[in-house]
Design a binder for this molecule. Structure first.
Ligand code: LMR
Length: 327
C-alpha cells in the first residue's frame, strides 16, 4: 500500500515536473579542420559558453577533422537538421550562393581591416540574407587568414605555377585563378589533401598558415610563398529547422555566445597565423619565400583580369562595393 502511494506520488510529480523543464537541445557542430586552428578553437569556446550559460540545457557536440561530414555533406545535413551548425569556408557555399565566390577573388582585399569593412558592412549583410533564403541561418563570419601558395619548387613568378596540379576547393573563381596561371586546378575535399600531395596526385595548393601547419603540409611541400593572394574565412551557419524550434531565450543565449566566439576566433586567427609561421620555420622542411613588391605585382597583373568573368555570377555591384571599401 505504501509502495502504491509512493508510485502515485512519483507519477503526479513527473506530470507536474516534466512540462516545467525545457526539452534539452543538442547542437551538432561539424567542421573539417584541426582543433588547434582558429575555427577549431572558436567552436570549442562556443561550446563552453553555451553549455555553461544554459546550465547544460543546450549541449554542443563539436566534430572536428571532418569526423562527421566533409563540408559539402555538412551543408546538405544542415538543410535536413541532421547537423545543427557548421562553419564552412565561403568557397563551399558557392553552389547555393555563388555570390560568396566574391571572397575567393585574388588580391581583392588590401588587408584584414579592408576585409572586415566588407564583412561588417552592407555587402556582408547582403550575403547573410542570401544564405537565409537557402534554408540556413547565417550567424557570423569567422576569420582564418590569407592563403599562401605552396609546391615542391619555388613559386616566385606566376610562370612558375604553369603546368602544376593545384588542389582547390570547389569554386569557379579558384578554378579561373589557376587557369589564368596556366596551371591545372583539381577539386578535392580538405581531408584528402595531405595524401594527394604525398602520392603526387596534386603538386601544389593554397592555404592559410594554420591549415598548412596543422595538416602537416610542411612534410609534403618543400616551398611556401608568402603570396597573401587570397583570403580564407568562414560563414557560421545554423539549420533553419533547428533555429525555428528554439525559444527566444535559447536564441538570445546562442546569439550572444556566437558574438563572443566571433571576437575570440578573429583575435586568435591573427595570433595563430604568426605562431604557425614560426612553427613552419622551426620544422625546417619547407623554404619560405617572401615576394618583392614587383614580384607581387606580376602575380596581380596575371590574376586581376579574371574579375570580369564573375561580374554576372558574383555581381559587379558586390565586387565594386568590396573594392570601394578598401579605398
Ligand atoms: C579547405 O577546404 O581548404 C578549407 O575550407 C578548410 C577549412 O575549413 O579551413
Amino acid at each position: 500500500m505504501r509502495k502504491f502511494g509512493f508510485l502515485v506520488g512519483l507519477m503526479i510529480l513527473s506530470l507536474v515536473a516534466v512540462p516545467a523543464m525545457a526539452a534539452p537541445v543538442t547542437i551538432k557542430f561539424s567542421h573539417v579542420v584541426a582543433v588547434d586552428t582558429p575555427k577549431g578553437q572558436a567552436a570549442e569556446y562556443f561550446k563552453k559558453l553555451v553549455e555553461e550559460r544554459s546550465n547544460g540545457e543546450i549541449k554542443v557536440e563539436v566534430y572536428p577533422n571532418a569526423s562527421l561530414y566533409d563540408d559539402r555533406a555538412a551543408l546538405e545535413a544542415l538543410s535536413m537538421n541532421a547537423v545543427q551548425m557548421a562553419a564552412p569556408s565561403f568557397s563551399k557555399f558557392t553552389t547555393f550562393v555563388p555570390q560568396l565566390e566574391l571572397f575567393d577573388l585574388p588580391f581583392l582585399f588590401n588587408d584584414i581591416d579592408h576585409l572586415h569593412q566588407v564583412l561588417n558592412g552592407e555587402v556582408g549583410q547582403k550575403l547573410l540574407n542570401m544564405v537565409e533564403k537557402k534554408g540556413m541561418v547565417g550567424m557570423a563570419y569567422w576569420d582564418n587568414g590569407f592563403k599562401q601558395l605552396s609546391a615542391n619548387k619555388p613559386l616566385i613568378k606566376p610562370e612558375d605555377a604553369s603546368g602544376l596540379k593545384f588542389r582547390i576547393m570547389s569554386s569557379k573563381v579558384l578554378e579561373a585563378q589557376f587557369k589564368a596561371l596556366a596551371a591545372n586546378p583539381q577539386v578535392l575535399p580538405f581531408s584528402e589533401v595531405y595524401s594527394a600531395l604525398q602520392q603526387k596526385v596534386v603538386d601544389a595548393c593554397e592555404n592559410p598558415l594554420s591549415n598548412f601547419y596543422t595538416q602537416k603540409f610542411y612534410e609534403v611541400q618543400t616551398d611556401l610563398t608568402m603570396s597573401n593572394h587570397g583570403y580564407l574565412g568562414y560563414m557560421v551557419v545554423a539549420s533553419k529547422i533547428f533555429w525555428k524550434k528554439l525559444n527566444d531565450d535559447q536564441r538570445a543565449l546562442i546569439t550572444q555566445a556566437m558574438k563572443e566566439s566571433t571576437e575570440y576566433a578573429n583575435k586568435l586567427a591573427v595570433e595563430l597565423d604568426e605562431k604557425y609561421l614560426a612553427e613552419i620555420k622551426t620544422a625546417g622542411t619547407t623554404k619560405i619565400h617572401e615576394l618583392t613588391p614587383e614580384q607581387r605585382k606580376a602575380w596581380k597583373d596575371k590574376l586581376l583580369p579574371i574579375y570580369s568573368e564573375f561580374y554576372d555570377a558574383v555581381g559587379k555591384d558586390l565586387i565594386e562595393g568590396a573594392l570601394a571599401a578598401g579605398k
